[in-house]
Design a protein around this ligand. Structure first.
Ligand code: LMR
Length: 317
C-alpha cells in the first residue's frame, strides 16, 4: 500500500504560522509543538506549521492585529486579552475567586457556554477553535501577600483586562498593564513590584530571579482560546480543515492533561529553589480577599450583563 513518505513531505502546500508569547516548556508551548507534529504527520508534510514561541514574531500588543491582517494564521491568546478587541464576555474568566478548580472551568469551556463564546469571536474576525488551560494564578512580590493589606500601594503587572484592573484596585494595589514579554524586566528594574501568574509561566519567564516571594492565592484562572484567521480557515478544503481540526483537538487534549502537571512541577521546583519562598493562605485570609473583590462582580455585571455570569454559576459552579 502507498504511504506518504519523505519526498512528499518536502512539498508543503499550506503554511500555518502559529505565534504565541510563552516559552516552549509551558502548557501552551507543548500544545503548539504537538499540533505541529500531528498536522505534519497527518498531512504527509503537505501542511507545514511554523511555531513562533516567546513573542518572537508578535507580542501581546500586536498579535491579534497580525491575525486579523493575515500575517499569521493561528494564535492562542489568553482569554483575558479578548476584552481588548471587543469581546468583553471573555472577561468572565478573569473574575477573581469564581472557579474553585479546573473541573468547573472545563464545564464552561467544554459545554454550551464555551461553544457560544467561541462563536462570538467571529464578529471580531476570528474563528474560535478551542480552549486550553494553563491554570490558577499565584501572586508574587518581594514579600508574602497573605492579607488584603499586603496589596496596599503595590504596583502589580496585569494583562490588559478591565476585570483584572478592577480586581487589583479593589485590593488596594495599583494595576500596571504590561505585555507579557516586558514583565521580567519591569520587575527587575522596579517599574512594578509584583505580578500574578500560573507557576509554569512564573518559572519559564525567569521571574524567580526577580521575585523573592510567591503566595499560593489561586485567586484567578488563566487559560487560552485558539483562534484562526477566517479568510485562511475558509480557504482550506474540507480534508485540510479536517486535519487541522483533529490535530488541534488531540493537541488540546494533551495540553489540558499536561497543564496541571506542569504547574505542579513548577511548584515543586520553586519549593526546592533557595531564591524564592512559597507561602500559603489560611482559609480566613482567602475569605477576606474574596470579600474585598466583590465590587468587581458588580461592575462586570453592569458592563457585560448578568446573564452570562448567572449561566456559569447555575450550570458549572
Ligand atoms: C500573560 O500575559 O500573563 C499571559 O497571557 C501569558 C500567556 O500567554 O500565558
Amino acid at each position: 500500500m502507498w504511504q506518504a513518505g519523505p519526498v512528499q513531505a518536502a512539498q508543503a502546500e499550506v503554511l500555518v504560522r502559529f505565534s504565541h508569547v510563552v516559552a516552549q516548556d509551558t502548557p501552551k508551548g507543548q500544545m503548539a509543538s504537538r499540533f505541529k507534529k500531528l498536522v505534519e504527520q497527518r498531512s504527509g508534510g503537505r501542511i507545514r506549521v511554523e511555531v513562533y514561541p516567546d513573542s518572537q514574531l508578535y507580542g501581546d500588543d500586536d498579535e491579534m492585529e497580525a491575525l486579523q491582517l493575515g500575517a499569521v494564521e493561528m494564535l492562542a491568546p489568553s482569554l483575558s486579552k479578548f476584552g481588548t478587541v471587543g469581546v468583553s464576555e471573555f472577561e468572565v474568566f478573569d473574575l477573581p475567586f469564581l472557579f474553585h478548580d479546573l473541573e468547573q472551568v472545563r464545564c464552561v469551556t467544554r459545554g454550551p457556554i464555551g461553544r457560544q463564546l467561541l462563536q462570538r469571536l467571529l464578529r471580531q474576525q476570528m474563528v474560535g477553535l478551542g480552549f486550553l488551560d494553563n491554570g490558577f494564578k499565584q501572586m508574587s512580590a518581594g514579600k508574602p501577600i497573605q492579607n488584603v493589606q499586603d496589596f496596599k500601594g503595590l504596583r502589580i503587572r496585569i494583562q490588559a483586562s478591565r476585570v483584572l484592573t478592577a480586581q487589583m484596585r479593589s485590593l488596594g494595589a495599583h494595576p500596571v498593564v504590561l505585555p507579557f514579554d516586558e514583565t521580567q524586566r519591569a520587575l527587575a528594574t522596579g517599574v512594578v513590584d509584583g505580578a500574578e501568574n500560573p507557576l509554569s509561566n512564573f518559572l519559564t519567564q525567569g521571574l524567580a530571579s526577580v521575585q523573592r516571594s510567591v503566595t499560593l492565592t489561586s485567586h484567578g484562572y488563566l487559560g487560552y482560546a485558539v483562534v484562526s484567521n477566517p479568510r485562511f480557515w475558509a480557504s482550506l478544503d474540507e480534508t485540510d480543515r479536517g486535519i487541522l481540526t483533529s490535530a488541534l483537538n488531540d493537541a488540546l487534549e494533551e495540553g489540558n492533561r499536561l497543564s496541571a502537571q506542569m504547574n505542579q512541577q513548577a511548584l515543586a521546583t520553586l519549593r526546592e529553589s533557595s531564591g524564592v519562598r512559597v507561602h500559603a493562605l489560611s482559609s480566613a485570609q482567602r475569605d477576606a480577599m474574596r470579600r474585598a473583590v466583590q465590587p468587581v462582580y458588580d461592575s462586570f455585571q453592569r458592563r457585560v450583563g448578568a446573564n452570562l455570569l448567572s449561566q456559569v454559576q447555575r450550570d458549572c459552579l
